[in-house]
Design a binder for this molecule. Sequence first.
Ligand code: ATP
Ligand code: MG
Length: 173
Amino acid sequence: DEVPVGALLSDVVSRCDATAKKKGVELVADTFPDCFINGHDVWISQLFFNLIDNAIKFTPAGGRVSVSVDLDAAQAHFKIRDSGVGISADHLPHVFERFYRVDASREHYRGTGLGLSICKSIVDAHHGLIDVSSVVGEGTTFVVSLPLNASEDTPTEGAGEQLAGEPSESVAS
Ligand code: ATP
Ligand code: MG
C-alpha cells in the first residue's frame, strides 16, 4: 500500500509528546513534507515509535529530541536525534541485535532489547537502510532511509538528466 509517511510520522510524534513532557524532554519536529512510500502503515508507525521512544528514554530531563525529514529524488531520509546518554563505539555495532541492551545489568532503563531489531527488520522489509551514530554523553542520531513511491508524473531518467544539465537546444534536429 501507499503509506503517507509525513502524516504518519506527525501522528507518532504527537503520541510520544506526553511521555516527553512528563520526563522534561523537549520533543521537536518539522512540519513533515507529503511523501509516500510503498509498505505497511502499522510497521512504519512501529518503526518510528521505537526510535522516538528510545530517544526519549535515553535522554535525561532537560534534553532534547528532534525529528526531521529530508527528501531527495528517490528517497526519504528520516532523522531522529537526541541529546541523551549516547552509545559507546564498542556497543554501537550490536544495538540492532535481538535482546541487545547496553548495560543490561542496570535497572535504570527498562526494556527487552527488541525494539531496534524490530526496526531493522521493518527497514529491511521496505528495502531501506538504517544507520546510527553516537557520542557518549552527547547524544545519538538514527537515520532511516526509505525509497519513495515513484508516481506516474515522476520524470524518466533521461528527462531528469536534461533538467539537471544543459538546455536541450543542443539536440540535433
Ligand atoms: P525495548 O525497545 O525492547 O523496550 P530497549 O529499548 O532496551 O528495549 P532497543 O530499543 O532494541 O531495546 O535498544 C537496544 C539498546 O540500545 C538499548 O537498551 C540502549 O542501550 C541502546 N539504545 C537504543 N537507542 C538509544 C538511544 N537513542 N540512546 C542511547 N542508547 C540507545
Ligand atoms: Mg527500545
